[in-house]
Structure formats: C-alpha cells, structure tokens
Design a protein around this ligand. Structure first.
Ligand code: CP
Ligand code: NVA
Length: 315
C-alpha cells in the first residue's frame, strides 16, 4: 500500500490545519484513489481502516458530505457510527464529555455543526480523537479539497489561475480563499455590501499564500469575473439563515450567475457550485446544465479527497 502523507495536525477543522506539503500530498493521493476505485475490493487501500470506527455527528442536513464520508470509510474497510444530532449542541452533556466518551470507542469524528467553536471544542477535549469539519457556519474545508481536485483535473496545474466566487462571503468562500491561496491561485470574491468575505479570512489566506496566491474582494460581479478561469457560486441563504431568505433574495439578485456573466470570464471558463443549487437564484438552469459546469464532478470528488483525508489522519 502507498504510504499516506503525514498529517500536519490531529484534526481537520480548517484548510489552515494542513501544511502546504500535506495539501499537495493529499491531492496527489486523491487522484490515485480515484484511479484505483474501479478495483473495488481489490484496491490497495480496501482494508486501510480495518478495525477502525468513524462517528458521524450531523446537526444540519447533508446529501453529499454524509454520503461520501460513509462510502469513503466503508471503501477503506472501516466502520461508521451515526449519532443523533442532539449531541452536537452540548445540551444533553457538555461537548467536552461527548468527545471524551467517543475517543474511548472510535478513531475519528466527522462533525457538521453551526459554530466552528463547537468543532474546535470537541477536538481540543480528546487527544486521540481525530475531528473532521464536515461544514460549520464559518468553514467548509472538505468541499474546498474536492474543488481543488476538480480544478487540478481540468487544468493540470492550478498555479496562476483565477477563480471568481460570486455571492455570499460564507463558509464555502472562506475555505476556497484558504485553498486557492495555498495553491498559488487568485481568488476574486464579489458580494453585496455587508456580505463580503471577512477581513480575518483575507488576512489568514495571505498568511498561507504561496506562489503569488491572493484574494481580492469586489462589489461588482462582472468585474470579479472578468477574465477568470472559473466562476463559482453557492446558495444565497445558507443552512440556519432561512429566516433571512427574502431579504437575501433581493440583495443578491445582481449576483446571479447567468450566461451573460459567464461570457465575461475567460473563454472556456468552468462553472463551479458546491451544491445544492437553487436554479433561478444564484445560478440559472442553463449555466448549471451547460458543458462548462463541473458541479457534479466536484460532488464526485468529495469521495476521493475525503478518502485521502481519512488516510492522512488515520492511515
Ligand atoms: N456540498 C455539500 O456539502 O453538500 P451537502 O450539504 O449535501 O453535504
Ligand atoms: N453555504 C452553504 C453550503 C452548503 C453545502 C450552507 O452552509 O448551507
């Protein structure tokens, strides 16, 4: 079996937990795992996690993340345990106690919750429990790994490329800022006033930037997209913000990705979306279904990058 890249930290709460070397190795490994998947039980990693247990604690809905972690663990020969969502808010017992119990039984915890601080609390409380961020209000690092793999597959080399993110400066945009900076890309983020990528995220991205990677914020979608190699968007209303949906629909309307906006990007530019997509809101149906769209490749790549991540943390 190929050796897994060394983990840079016990947990994966953020892209910032990975060294540049670990990120590069993880993406390279994900490509190999993707190529080996047709071997099924004959794949060299089919029993890499034999005898290991991974707990899943999801406080918000999930199709892609939950399915791909479940399949990833099983395809690597491990077991999964699904915990009721009530345990994620510390209401029944403190989060520290949840983590200290889990570490006696399982090797890793994949958690989707609201505040990033909840994931951090779980991680800090248990020295031998590997905690993976499956989305918080602040970050979605597993998504950004799959997005990086998708761009690498399309372009061979991502360094020097420009990605334009149009919409809310949210969890997905934050993890994209981290990963693009680490990979030497430019990220242009266009958002309505009040929904920009936070200053702290831009600063953190600058600290981990390599090879000229940089984040720039824009108030105008067309300016951000001009000449970009890919255009990315996400829902205008994230999970937990449902009561703001009406206001957001009005404010974000000028930030819809449609064919006109795509035409401002570089010829052959990709369209990216983490999904779920709301056709007619952040993206028009024709763009999502166009040959430029790699949204379902991104969804597929969740599996391969998360396998590489599990091997890095547990292998
Ligand atoms: N992109 C993503 O994380 O999808 P889910 O919310 O369905 O997991
Ligand atoms: N920003 C979205 C991403 C969903 C995968 C949310 O948090 O709901």
């Amino acid at each position: 079996m190929q050796r897994a890249p060394a983990a840079s930290s016990k947990d994966f709460l953020s892209l910032l937990d990975l060294s540049h070397q670990a990120l590069d190795a993880l993406l390279a490994r994900a490509r190999r795992l993707k190529a080996e998947r047709p071997l099924r039980a004959g794949a060299p990693t089919a029993s890499a996690l034999a005898g290991m247990h991974v707990a899943m604690l999801f406080e918000k809905p999930s199709l892609r993340t939950l399915s791909t972690f479940e399949i990833a663990v099983k395809e690597l020969g491990g077991n999964t345990l699904h915990l009721p969502r009530e345990f994620a808010d510390g209401g029944r017992e403190p989060l520290e106690d949840v983590a200290r119990n889990l570490e006696r039984w399982v090797d890793a915890l994949v958690v989707r919750t609201f505040a990033q601080s909840r994931a951090a609390t779980l991680a800090a409380a248990a020295r031998s429990l590997h905690v993976v961020n499956a989305l918080t209000d602040e970050e979605h690092p597993c998504q950004a790994l799959a997005d990086a793999l998708t761009m690498l597959e399309r372009w061979g080399e991502v360094r020097g490329r420009t990605l334009a993110f149009v919409g809310d400066g949210n969890n997905v945009a934050t993890s994209l800022a981290h990963v693009t900076s680490m990979l030497g890309m430019s990220l242009h983020v266009a958002s309505p006033a009040g929904y920009e990528l936070p200053d702290a995220v831009v600063d953190a991205a600058a600290r981990v930037a390599r090879h000229g990677g940089a984040v720039r914020r824009f108030a105008d979608a067309r300016e951000a997209v001009r000449g970009a190699d890919a255009v990315y968007t996400d829902v205008w209303t994230s999970m937990g913000q449902e009561q703001e949906a009406g206001r957001r629909r009005a404010l974000f309307a000028p930030f819809q990705v449609d064919a006109g906006l795509m035409s401002a990007a570089a010829p052959g530019a990709l369209f990216m979306h983490c999904l779920p997509a709301h056709r007619g809101e952040e993206v028009t149906a024709d763009v999502l279904e166009s040959p430029a769209s790699v949204a379902f490749d991104q969804a597929e790549n969740r599996l391969h990058t998360q396998k590489a991540l599990l091997l890095m943390l547990l292998g």
